[in-house]
Design a protein around this ligand. Structure first.
Ligand code: ZN
Length: 278
């Protein structure tokens, strides 16, 4: 049993991450991490994929089929199951996660800081996307999000900690998935993680770095192309997992995180591909 930190790099497709993320790829070369190619569910949209990652269900099953359909999650998910098992949860994430997993209306001026021991997400820092992307403003900066994550880890030691960055998605929509601006932003995430991951490992975390979906050259995602549906999955852990030559399904993330946390997956949730070392 371990603590798990899950990093979702919004909109970061497989090819761009492998080509730009020198820290993550170096960790793979050195055997500190393993990396697989992963396939998303569809539609390859953010809200639906956040819920798929956390429930192990297709959008057609959990009901969040569109960004315009984001509402409180009605399925068993990593946060609710971790809480039911007496675990501690935390998140640094965009507002959609508040709408999905916090049973309160989003308050623009107050919800950025969240602490409620009885909620599914107990300790969180949320951000909105208002204004980002409109005048080339990107963000929040990855290193600041990593800092908030570290703060919550050191203060509350969440058994499950989510970090969600949005900047690659914003740049992808602005400049396209085959642009230098998009690739540069993915490198910025890697550059921030290079300083955070060693600290989080020392704090006792197994770490997963993945994405919700990729980005097409048409500045979009939602469909079935490789650019939209092929994402990376990095694992910093000594847990057992398939050979890295295998291609994984995003549907298996939820049960895999639960397996690392020592929690049994509920019926309907797709099977785990990770087994903790005994
Ligand atoms: Zn997007």
């Amino acid at each position: 049993m371990t603590k798990v930190a899950l990093v979702i790099m919004d909109g970061a497709g497989y090819d761009s991450v492998v080509s730009e993320c020198g820290y993550l790829e170096g960790a793979v070369t050195l055997g500190q991490a393993r990396r697989w190619k992963m396939h998303t569910a569809t539609p390859s949209l953010s809200g639906p994929m956040y819920e798929t990652i956390h429930t192990g269900l297709w959008p057609h099953e959990h009901g969040i089929v569109s960004n315009e359909a984001v509402r409180r999650s009605s399925s068993s998910n990593i946060f609710s199951l971790a809480r039911a098992a007496g675990k501690t949860t935390g998140a640094v994430a965009q507002e959609y996660f508040h709408r999905l997993y916090v049973d309160e209306a989003w308050d623009q001026l107050r919800s950025v800081e969240h602490q409620d021991e009885n909620a599914h997400i107990q300790y969180a820092r949320f951000y909105s996307m208002e204004g980002y992307g409109s005048i080339n403003a990107v963000a929040p900066a990855e290193i600041d999000l990593c800092a908030q994550t570290t703060l919550l880890m050191e203060r509350h030691a969440p058994d499950y900690m989510l970090l969600h960055t949005c900047s690659a998605d914003t740049l992808g929509h602005t400049y396209g998935g085959d642009s230098k601006e998009y690739r540069r932003q993915i490198w910025h995430i890697d550059n921030a993680l290079s300083r955070a991951i060693p600290v989080w490992r020392k704090l006792g975390y197994d770490i997963i770095v993945t994405a919700d979906h990729g980005m097409t050259a048409d500045h979009w995602h939602g469909g079935t192309t490789a650019a939209a549906t092929e994402i990376p999955f990095y694992l910093f852990s000594d847990a057992m997992a398939p050979a890295e030559t295998e291609e994984l399904s995003q549907l298996g993330i939820a049960a895999s995180v639960l397996a690392l946390l020592g929690i049994e997956a509920p019926e309907g949730m797709r099977e785990a591909f990770i087994t903790p070392k005994k």
